[in-house]
Design a protein around this ligand. Structure first.
Ligand code: SF4
Length: 219
């Protein structure tokens, strides 16, 4: 059995797979507390499912590109991911905060895509976790992996240096994602362009992709 906050189909709104239809499973709980978090991952109003029930739902949605495991932090539920294992008829697309590298190692064989965050202290109001993020990338290498960085007007040159260094050293795509205020980025076009240019000066495999699902108004 696994406790699940919600299961739904929608359009992927972030990163290089934007626009693909996916089946989403939102798992409960998170090991971080980002100041900008707007996701309800509390166990209240969640529901328990058996693995065979989940597999039935997957089999009814095989027109989806993949199964997004999201949260919260899905890597808090490695037993569930292992139980799902290779029984899923959809490939697993992991959306993670990129800190639980030992948990990732337990399930890496079952995951096809990894969307991992690097958390900026300036945006998330967290202590720096550069080492954890880098250990996570090393555990994820060989998979279809990209790094997503949520930023706002407080992003610093030191942070830009750090994220481009880490991504360049490991040859991982870097996706800059402006924090949103409702359906609009919280920073101006000029500011976003300037941040992109600063990163491109240090690492060419960098893109700016805002959260598309916010302005096409899907979940
Ligand atoms: S890691 Fe994600 S789910 Fe967890 S607190 Fe931060 S934004 Fe919210």
């Amino acid at each position: 059995m696994v406790r699940i906050k919600e299961i739904f189909t929608s359009i992927q709104g972030e990163g290089p797979y934007v626009g693909y239809k996916q089946l989403f499973i939102r798992l409960c709980g998170c090991n971080l507390a980002c100041s900008y978090c707007d996701t309800d991952f509390d166990a209240a109003n969640s529901k328990e499912y058996r693995i065979d029930e989940i597999l039935n739902i997957i089999n009814q949605n095989t027109d989806c590109h993949s199964l997004s495991l999201t949260g919260g932090e899905p890597l808090l539920h490695t037993d569930f991911i292992k139980a799902l294992g290779d029984k899923s008829n959809l490939k697993l697309y992991l959306e993670t905060n990129g800190t639980l590298y030992d948990n990732l190692k337990e399930v890496i064989d079952y995951v096809s895509y990894i969307s991992m965050d690097i958390k900026l202290p300036s945006a998330a109001s967290l202590t720096p976790m550069w080492d954890e993020h880098e250990k996570f990338i090393k555990a994820a290498l060989g998979k279809d992996l990209f790094v997503k960085v949520v930023f706002d007007k407080n992003i610093t040159d030191v942070e830009i240096q750090k994220i481009t260094d880490i991504c360049k050293k490991n040859s991982v795509s870097l996706i800059l994602q402006p924090m949103m205020q409702g359906i609009k980025p919280c920073v101006s076009s000029d500011f976003m362009t300037a941040v992109l240019d600063k990163c491109l000066n240090k690492y060419s495999n960098t893109r700016l992709i805002p959260q598309v699902h916010k302005f096409i108004e899907v979940i």
